[in-house]
Ligand binder design. Structure first.
Ligand SMILES: [Zn+2]
Length: 396
C-alpha cells in the first residue's frame, strides 16, 4: 500500500482520512492483541520464577535430574569456553546489563514526558521485572539448583552434632604441625597456575569420584576481573560466575593461597554450591595432591580454626606454628589489611549472607565455618577417603 501511494505522489487529505479510517481500527486491534500476548507472557515468566523459587522439590530429585544429570552437560560446555576467553564473561554481562537497563529507562522516561502519560514508565518497569525473573530462571538452570542438592551430611557417613571444642583445637594443632612439616618442601617446589598443576587436577577428579557417580567437572582457570578491586576491598578470595561457569579471583592472592582457593572454586563448578561443602571438597582435593597444594589446604584450615577459637586457645595455637608458616600467615594478614575497606567489607558480606539465605542456605555466611565440622565428623577410610552413605542418594 505504501508503494502505491508514493507512486501516485502525495495523497490528498481526504484520501489520508480514508486510509486512517480504514487502517486504525485494525492497528488498534493488532496493538491490543500484541499487548495482551506480552502481558500474558510477562505474567507467565513471573509466575514460573515464583514457582521455581518456592516450590518444594526433593534434594534426591535435584541430585538425579540436575546436579548429576543436566548440570554436568552444561558445565562441560561452558567452563572450557570460559577458560579459553582472555577476559571475564561476568565483566561483559554486567556492562551489557547496565547499558540495557539505562537505555530502557531513559527511553521510557522520554516517551512518558512527550506523551504526558505514566504508562511508558510502568511498561518499562514491568519489562525489567520480567527480565529479572527470566535471569533468575537462567541462574537456576545454569547452576543455582545445586543449592538444593543432597547435602554432604547425607551423602557421606557424618556423625551428627557439632564437634567438641578440644577436637577443634586438636585439629588446629594438627594443621600447625603439618604446616611446619610441609613448609620447606612446599616453598622449594613452588606454585604454578592451579589449572597447570597436573597433581591438583587429578586429585580433583579422584575426589569427585569418591563423592558421587557422575562425570567429573572440568576445572577452571583463575581469571582476573574488573571486580578485582571490589574483591580486594571486601576480602573476597574468589567466586564463580554462575552465568558463565568461570572462576574469578582476587588479584592479590599469594602463591601459597592459590591451590586451595582454586580447589574451592572448582568444587563450586562441580555443583557443590554450599560454601562449607565447597571448602570440604577443595580441602580434600588438595589433600590428595602434591606437597604445595597440601600446604595451601592446611594453611586454610589453620586460618579457619583460628577464627573459631577464643583468645587463649588462639595464642596456644600460634605457639605451635614454626617461623616459616608464621611468616606466611603474617603475609596473608598484611595482604588483607592493605586491601580491605572495613565498611565495604561488612556491607559486601551482609549482601552475600542475604543471597545465601535467599538460596535456602539457612546459616548464610556462617556456613563457611561448617567445613571444620565436616572434616571432624565425616568418617574417612585411610588416606582421607570419605565413606559414602550410598542408599540416601537414590531418588525417593
Ligand atoms: Zn565459595
Amino acid at each position: 500500500m505504501d508503494l502505491a501511494i508514493h507512486e501516485r505522489g502525495s495523497p490528498s487529505r481526504r484520501h489520508l482520512r480514508k486510509i486512517a479510517a480504514f487502517t486504525t481500527p485494525d492497528l488498534n486491534r493488532e496493538n491490543r492483541y500484541t499487548l495482551t500476548v506480552k502481558v500474558v507472557l510477562q505474567a507467565a515468566v513471573l509466575a514460573l520464577a515464583m514457582v521455581a523459587a518456592l516450590a518444594p522439590v526433593s534434594p534426591a530429585t535435584i541430585e538425579r535430574w540436575f546436579s548429576t544429570g543436566l548440570y554436568p552437560v552444561i558445565q562441560h560446555r561452558l567452563t572450557p569456553l570460559a577458560n579459553a576467553l582472555p577476559f571475564a564473561w561476568l565483566d561483559v554481562l554486567v556492562a551489557a546489563v547496565c547499558v540495557a537497563v539505562l537505555l530502557v529507562l531513559v527511553r521510557a522516561v522520554r516517551t512518558s514526558r512527550q506523551s504526558r502519560r505514566l504508562a511508558p514508565v510502568l511498561r518499562a518497569v514491568a519489562s525489567l521485572a520480567t527480565t529479572a525473573a527470566a535471569v533468575y530462571l537462567v541462574f537456576l538452570l545454569l547452576w543455582g539448583f545445586n543449592y538444593r542438592r543432597v547435602p554432604m551430611s547425607e551423602r557421606l557417613l557424618v556423625e551428627p552434632g557439632a564437634p567438641a571444642a578440644d577436637a577443634v583445637l586438636a585439629l588446629g594443632t594438627e594443621a600447625a604441625s603439618q604446616l611446619n612439616a610441609l613448609h620447606a618442601d612446599a616453598h622449594r617446589i613452588g606454585w604454578v597456575q592451579p589449572l597447570d598443576d597436573q597433581s591438583l587436577r587429578q586429585a580433583f577428579v579422584d575426589v569427585q569420584r569418591m563423592l558421587v557417580d557422575a562425570p567429573a567437572a572440568t576445572p577452571g582457570r583463575l581469571k582476573a576481573t574488573l571486580f578485582g578491586p571490589y574483591f580486594r576491598w571486601t576480602g573476597v578470595d574468589g567466586m564463580i560466575n554462575p552465568f558463565g561457569l568461570e572462576v574469578l579471583s582476587n588479584p592479590d592472592l599469594l602463591d601459597f593461597e592459590r591451590p586451595f582457593i582454586a580447589a574451592h572454586e572448582w568444587a563450586h563448578l562441580a555443583g557443590y554450591a554450599d560454601e562449607s561443602e565447597a571448602s570440604f571438597v577443595g580441602w580434600l582435593t588438595c589433600m590428595h595432591a602434591d606437597v604445595p597444594a597440601r600446604y595451601s589446604a592446611w594453611l586454610f584450615l589453620y586460618w579457619q580454626i583460628n577464627g573459631e577459637l577464643d583468645a587463649a586457645a588462639r595464642a596456644r595455637l600460634a605457639q605451635a606454628l614454626g617461623p616459616g608458616a608464621r611468616q606466611d600467615i603474617t603475609a596473608i594478614v598484611e595482604r588483607l589489611q592493605r586491601g580491605q575497606r572495613p565498611w565495604l567489607r561488612m556491607a559486601g558480606w551482609r549482601l552475600y549472607d542475604q543471597y545465601l539465605k535467599a538460596n535456602r542456605v539457612e546459616e548464610g555466611v556462617r556456613s563457611y565455618g561448617a567445613v571444620v565440622t565436616l572434616i571432624l565428623r565425616a568418617r574417612f577410610a585411610p588416606g582421607w577417603t570419605p565413606v559414602r552413605r550410598a542408599s540416601n542418594l537414590e531418588p525417593q
